[in-house]
Design a protein around this ligand. Structure first.
Ligand code: HEM
Length: 429
């Protein structure tokens, strides 16, 4: 896909560098001359947003760490000191805490795009799997970061989540104590969470490099799902994709800035402004919004299944809901990639999105009565979508006619809109 290099070093210095470390050639071939499908839409700009957010999180996080004290007696106060005494400390902290939320907004949109356009299908399986690894690392990083301010939700959230691991037979208690560094959330827990919270974003950055490498081997998909065939199917990455990405990122950053400056605590929980207290359990322990659908599925399992008790069942369902994503390339049996040409898949896809939103809402409600019943229904649909609908649809669905090439699809849309303009009553007609 990336083809032969078209880089031509023009000056003596650039020739000298090129024959020793051809970094400018690599940048030119990957981000300037690199051919991308000519019909990419804004759904393809979330990868750029994710790259920007990763940098924002690492930079703000490093400066925050300069002022933060990872000690149970000092952590809460050190965060308050950042907010009040450190120059622009409030801005750094709000950029970082809201940045985590916006990182997840972008990743959910990015994954949603992948599901809609069948981005995970051959030959992009490894690209997809690396994405799921990144997502898992993001979840772990977010969880450990939330513990650092040492508020009530930090403490009790960590107590609940590490408690899940004790559900595993034989090794459960051992894993739980290994994570905690003792028998309860305490100083050793804070030390290791701080250390790992600092380390994991760099591991994410490493996996992102592999992700982009894999992307450059297979090339991007596009809304038609038809692979690039001729040169007319593509345009150069710069200026076309660069500008589109820049506009997408600018709008995204505006919304992010709106939250940072006007609604900085909207996505957080007020209880986390109360210092951690091991003797006072909050009335409702709720995780950050981006974990809520999984939390709902965990609590949906209120019954034993054979020898598996409800607690272990819930934990298996929660972990299983993410692990299942690894197998997507093989669960989808359809020969057609994009949902644009798959009427039934499109319907089930949007139901899946609505179901995920519903599960997110249910995760924030008490686990009782109708809420539990709806969570059980939502969990069933979540797994049914991957394990039943995806494999069967590929066998029974009749897809719409697929264009022969990207160029044909683009010209068909253009001709249609030109014809529309010629219709009587159209403003420019
Ligand atoms: C830090 C997190 C991530 C970064 C920086 C990142 C970056 C990118 C970029 C720049 C692209 C190309 C532009 C685009 O299609 O948007 C891309 C494509 C892709 N990403 Fe990610 N990504 C991340 C996480 C993920 C996750 C969590 C998944 C899936 C679980 C994923 C799956 C994919 C796939 C399948 C493609 C190819 C899309 C296609 O061509 O159809 N990525 N990624």
């Amino acid at each position: 896909m990336s083809g032969h290099s078209t880089y031509q070093p023009s000056t003596g210095i650039s020739k000298w560098v090129d024959s020793r470390l051809p970094l400018p050639r690599m940048i030119h071939d990957s981000f300037i001359a690199y051919p991308v499908p000519r019909n990419l839409n804004y759904a393809y700009t979330f990868g750029a947003m994710l790259s920007v957010m990763l940098v924002v999180q690492i930079v703000t996080g490093i400066v925050l760490a300069m002022h933060y004290a990872a000690s149970t007696g000092l952590a809460f106060d050190s965060v308050e000191k950042i907010m009040r005494d450190v120059n622009h400390g409030w801005l750094l902290r709000y950029l970082h805490s809201n940045g985590a939320s916006f990182f997840f907004v972008a990743v959910y949109a990015h994954i949603g795009r992948g599901l809609y356009y069948g981005s995970y299908k051959a030959p992009r399986e490894i690209l997809w799997i690396l994405g799921v690894v990144i997502y898992l690392l993001m979840m772990a990083t977010g969880f450990m970061g939330y513990v650092l301010p040492w508020g009530q939700m930090s403490f009790w959230g960590a107590t609940v989540i590490t408690g899940f691991f004790s559900a595993f037979p034989l090794v459960g208690e051992w894993i739980q104590q290994f994570l905690l560094g003792g028998f309860a959330v305490d100083q050793p827990t804070l030390n290791r969470f701080f250390s790992l919270h600092y380390l994991l974003p760099f591991m994410i950055a490493g996996v992102v490099v592999l992700h982009l490498w894999a992307l450059h081997v297979t090339g991007q998909t596009n809304p038609t799902g038809v692979e690039v065939k001729t040169k007319t199917d593509t345009v150069a990455f710069t200026p076309y994709a660069t500008l589109k990405d820049a506009l997408g990122v600018a709008v995204f950053l505006l919304v992010y800035a709106w939250f940072v400056f006007y609604l900085p605590n909207f996505l957080g929980h007020p209880d986390n402004y109360i210092p951690a207290d091991a003797l006072k359990t909050p009335a409702h322990i709720v995780p950050e919004w981006y974990y809520l659908p999984f939390y709902a599925m965990l609590r949906a399992i209120t019954f034993n299944i054979w020898f598996i008790d409800s607690k272990l069942g819930g934990v298996l369902v929660m972990f299983g809901s993410i692990i299942i994503l690894f197998f997507l390339p093989w669960l989808d049996t359809s020969k057609v990639r994009s949902a644009v040409y798959r009427p039934w898949y499109k319907l089930f896809y949007w139901l899946f999105v609505a179901n995920a939103v519903m599960l997110g809402w249910l995760g924030s409600q008490p686990a009782e009565g109708l809420y539990t019943a709806l969570s059980q229904f939502g969990t069933l649909y979540y797994f049914g979508f991957f394990l039943v609908i995806m494999p069967l649809l590929g066998l029974f669905e009749t897809p719409r006619r697929i264009p022969n090439s990207i160029t044909e699809a683009v010209l068909a849309t253009k001709n249609k809109s030109d014809m529309e303009k010629l219709k009587p009553g159209h403003a420019s007609a």
